[in-house]
Design a protein around this ligand. Structure first.
Ligand code: SF4
Ligand code: SF4
Length: 711
């Protein structure tokens, strides 16, 4: 059977040459990105955690299994790739030796069974995918389809190719059984069924079918390989690499600073002509950025969860990634050109692509439209869902950084906020002395740090700008202070020495201002000898806990719901007065998804007698943003439905007496939307939105709440 050996090896060499050329090109393009030594260093330092991530996310498909049906379907198909590699080993062995079997385990019936089982499971997975794709067709659902904007034809082709892998496998194995060259005497049930179908054709026909089936099986795999390296299905090979080098534990929480040689860029020494202030062109992204772009599977999970997309805005996190990828591919001839002369010889279309601005409107033919860039609330729903650990927020922020710091191009409303931060240390531009107004409304003393934190004080209470200056949020601040006082927790506040944590500046992209504000706060905190902080604002909490360490501020930071839940658990706070209300809890993104605090606010409510809780459809890790994050609080929302209105509509479906939350920004956003609903009769007049701390103080003290939405 020399002919089949020659054909088998011949087509393999041709396919490997074509695929290898493409892989080399992809590698070159990816590595043309900026260096990211911190990724390599982190991977080296935490190799164990990264290997664990491979086991959990890649082999265990943890993120995909969050969506049970498509998750299971993908699990079967992915494991089919791994297990059926042993069938390909047998197939190539059979090219050389008809009776080939894998040494040691190659005649073990269990292996034969596993191979056939996963092949059948894979077919079931393919059918499931086909049904999902038909039911979620963009033609039927338009924006509600997670596949809107994905390359649909390519996806069907891949399903077809995987199906071809399976039937050709059964063809050559069934025929092999009939001609007596099959390695397994039993176990391979599906192959045996195929053999039963083929047996009536006779031995010589089966001998031919065995060879034809074998070559078809190998040929299908080789065509599949070529298609994969030229399509979005690159993720088959790239996903494990992307997961290995991704930020751990995920791309949420704090965002990385602008890095230079793997270290935070010091703006006092930085030179905008030499140093990268964010990403202004595709070549400014690191190789990890390029890897993210190439790894996207276009599954649309991110898009389906995005609050901006779901309220009719042009931002789709999937399309941000695929647009960047498509642009990188189209600009590749320019990027990879050896020199200026080679660039001058590029086609007009290639030159035009090279000149496209990364961010720009229709007229400028930008890759990313400004309306897309500025619609992101940094809610993290996309990152949370992405099965291949793509870091959307980091890329969006990097592009914002360039727009803000180099181009001075950002929504004009946000400029007022930046000016206020710079001049007054808070986004509202209020006097720093007003930060202590709420203290005077309490009937006990709150120590204010003047120099050092008094020795008997356990926690610094980081009040935050909203908590100190915004009327509705001040009610939460007072509730927290009262609860800590009742529980006997010693705390103090910084008062006028506290400045904005810098979160709105950083999330807008004004990294320089963030660094300035954060450094000032770190200095204040370190000078005061602060070790433990309780923060009421999830944005401050996230910044202090996850971002200040980048600037030398290492503290034990806790959110007020975590501390209050602990105090209730320890019996230091006893909710006694019943609150007979139906309450739905809204997860603040920077508390929940970014920092995984889901249980404690719910634990507090569960301890309040009389309270019945009902979850909204989208909750916990799939919670829906209020629309304020990513500095969106300071920008107009001109396109589509307002995000806070969408969220309150969802809350109203639970027929609540009260909406609770744990963030001053959510409080304001939801409160505004509820007021609007009340004004048009869509919500009952008594509906209020409160922080869980306000609920708790009501029950502990037996006092009526200070309603927020009624303001
Ligand atoms: S962070 Fe939120 S708003 Fe921004 S792209 Fe992701 S899902 Fe959309
Ligand atoms: S970015 Fe991630 S979640 Fe979004 S489409 Fe791509 S692979 Fe899917």
């Amino acid at each position: 059977m020399v002919w089949r050996l020659v054909i088998g090896l011949g087509i393999t060499l041709i396919a490997l040459a074509i695929a290898g050329r493409r892989v080399a090109w992809l590698y070159k393009l990816t590595m043309s990105g900026q260096p990211a030594p911190e990724r390599v260093a982190a991977a080296r330092e935490h190799t164990g955690a990264r290997v664990e991530a491979q086991a959990v996310e890649v082999l265990g498909q943890k993120k995909l299994l969050k969506w049970t049906v498509p998750g299971l379907a993908h699990l079967f198909v992915m494991w089919a790739f791994l297990i059926l590699a042993s069938v390909y080993l047998e197939a190539y062995g059979a090219l050389f030796d008809h009776d080939f079997h894998i040494p040691l385990i190659g005649t073990w019936p269990v292996l034969g069974f596993i191979q056939d089982f996963i092949a059948v499971a894979c077919v079931l997975g393919l059918i499931t995918f086909a049904v999902i794709r038909i039911r979620n067709s963009p033609a039927k659902l338009d924006r509600r389809s997670r596949f809107k904007g994905s390359h649909l034809g390519g996806a069907w082709l891949i399903l077809f190719m995987i199906f071809n892998v399976i039937w050709t496998m059964l063809l050559f194995r069934g025929a092999a059984i009939n001609v007596g060259v099959f390695p397994y005497e039993s176990g391979a049930f599906a192959s045996e069924a195929a053999a039963a179908v083929l047996a009536p054709l006779g031995e010589s026909a089966n001998a031919v079918l065995e060879s034809v089936g074998l070559l078809l099986h190998i040929g299908v795999m080789l065509v599949f390989l070529i298609i994969v390296v030229h399509s979005k299905h690159l993720h088959i090979g790239l996903a494990p690499i992307n997961v290995f080098f991704s930020r751990r534990p995920d791309g949420l929480g704090g965002v990385p600073p602008i890095l230079k040689d793997g270290k935070p860029l010091d703006f006092e020494e930085a030179d905008p002509d030499e140093d990268l202030f964010g990403r202004g062109k595709i070549e400014d992204f690191t190789w990890k950025g390029f890897l993210d772009f190439n790894t996207c599977t276009e599954c649309g999970r991110c898009q389906s969860q995005c609050p901006a997309w779901n309220t009719g805005k042009p931002l789709s996190p999937k399309m941000v990634i695929t647009d960047l990828r498509d642009h990188a591919f189209a600009k590749a001839p320019y990027i990879l050109a050896a020199d200026d002369e080679a660039r001058a010889n590029l086609s007009d279309a290639e030159k035009a692509e090279a000149e496209r601005p990364l961010v720009g409107d229709e007229e400028a033919n930008g890759v990313i439209h400004p309306d897309v860039l500025w619609a992101c609330t940094n809610c993290g729903a996309c990152v949370e869902q992405c099965p291949v650990d793509i870091e959307h927020i980091d890329h969006i922020l990097d592009m914002r950084r360039y727009q803000v710091m180099i181009e001075s191009s950002f929504p004009s409303e946000a400029g007022v906020m930046l000016k206020n931060l710079e001049n007054k240390g808070n986004p509202w531009g209020m006097s720093e002395m007003k930060r202590l107004d709420w203290v005077g409304e309490l009937d006990f003393e709150v120590p204010v740090v003047e120099d050092k934190l008094p020795e008997d004080v356990e926690y610094l209470f980081w009040v935050g700008c909203a908590g100190a200056l915004e009327d509705r949020a001040k009610k939460t601040t007072k509730a927290i202070a009262e609860l800590l006082h009742i529980a006997g927790v010693k705390f103090a506040v910084l008062g006028p020495m506290e400045a904005c944590s810098g979160d709105p500046a950083r999330r807008l992209g004004m990294e320089f201002l963030f660094q300035m504000m954060a450094q000032q706060n770190v200095e204040t905190l370190n000078d005061a000898g602060v070790k433990k902080i309780v923060a009421s604002c999830p944005h401050c909490f996230n910044t202090l806990a996850n971002e200040y360490p980048q600037l030398g501020g290492e503290y034990d930071v806790i959110h007020h719901t975590q501390l209050l839940s602990k105090l209730v658990e320890e019996g230091k706070l006893t909710p006694i007065t019943p609150i007979e209300e139906n309450i739905t809890y809204h997860d603040p993104c920077f508390l929940g998804r970014h920092n995984k605090v889901y249980a404690q606010p719910r634990d507090i409510m569960a301890k309040v007698p009389g309270v019945t809780t009902q979850e909204m459809h989208r909750c916990k890790d799939r919670g829906f943003c209020c629309g304020a994050g990513g500095a969106r609080m300071w920008m107009e929302e001109r396109i589509g439905k307002r995000i806070n209105t969408e969220r309150v509509d969802e809350a109203l479906e639970t027929n609540p007496d009260t909406v609770s939350t744990a963030c001053p920004f959510c409080l304001v956003m939801l409160g505004d939307a509820i007021n609007e609903k009340k004004s048009n009769g869509a919500a009952k007049e008594s509906l209020e939105v409160v922080d869980v701390a306000q609920l708790l103080i009501r029950s502990v003290k037996g006092e009526p709440a200070e309603p927020v939405a009624a303001d």
